[in-house]
Design a protein around this ligand. Structure first.
Ligand SMILES: [Cu+2]
Length: 213
């Protein structure tokens, strides 16, 4: 019996390997062609309060919406191994100043307030804001990489807005109540106003204006 099986296996394995190799090459060629055909249409360079580069966020039109590519490079702006909230902020109220202005001599709670709240339509609350994004998961080395597609905005619609990286995780409106460190005191500001406005994602640690690359 074994004599019958082995020749069959020996014949099948190279065929499978050849098929996998062909598929991989086709996929790679398609990916490269797609990347060449679709350069970023908008980009933000994330900067910390003291002016250091903290990464980039790119936007390009893609099947199904806008592909967003987030690359975080500054370990000191984030906490290794943790999720950090990141959003598109409206930058729409000149009374608060314009663009990513931050005074590193001031408290972190005041950094980048000039870009205003989340980009949103009407009275939408978090997580229904136009500018709400998935959170980045920071690796052990302090960097993060995240790519996804959203249909909430086009690259043109976020031009002139700002991307803000936050100090803490975004709670996405999930507010378990209780006394443990990861729970919320019922009706406290963090459980109500801050959750509805920002997902209680904490201070703004890096910011970048969205413009043409
Ligand atoms: Cu935000």
């Amino acid at each position: 019996m074994e004599l019958t099986r082995w020749p069959l296996a020996a014949l099948t394995a190279p065929l499978l390997l050849a098929a996998c190799g062909d598929a991989s090459e086709t996929t790679t060629a398609t990916t490269v062609a797609a990347a060449q055909a679709s350069a970023p249409e908008a980009r933000a360079t994330l900067t910390t309060a003291d002016g250091a580069s903290a990464g980039t966020v790119s936007f390009r039109g893609a099947p199904g919406g806008t592909e967003v590519d987030i690359q975080v490079t500054a370990a000191r702006a984030v906490t290794a191994g943790r999720f950090h909230g990141i959003h598109v902020h409206a930058n729409d109220n000149p009374a608060n100043g314009e663009g990513c202005k931050a005074d590193p001599a001031a408290g972190p709670a005041t950094w980048f307030t000039a870009v205003d709240g989340h980009l949103k339509a009407g009275t939408a609350t978090h997580t229904d804001h136009t500018g709400d994004l998935p959170s980045v998961l920071v690796r052990k080395d302090g960097t993060a990489s995240l790519r996804f597609t959203t249909d909430r905005f086009t690259p043109a619609e976020v031009m002139g807005k700002a991307v803000v990286l936050h100090a803490n995780a975004d709670n996405f409106g999930n507010i378990p109540t209780g006394s443990l460190p990861d729970q919320y005191e019922a009706n406290a500001e963090a459980a109500t106003t801050k959750t509805a406005d920002t997902g209680n994602a904490g201070d703004r640690v890096a910011c970048g204006l969205i413009s043409r690359p």
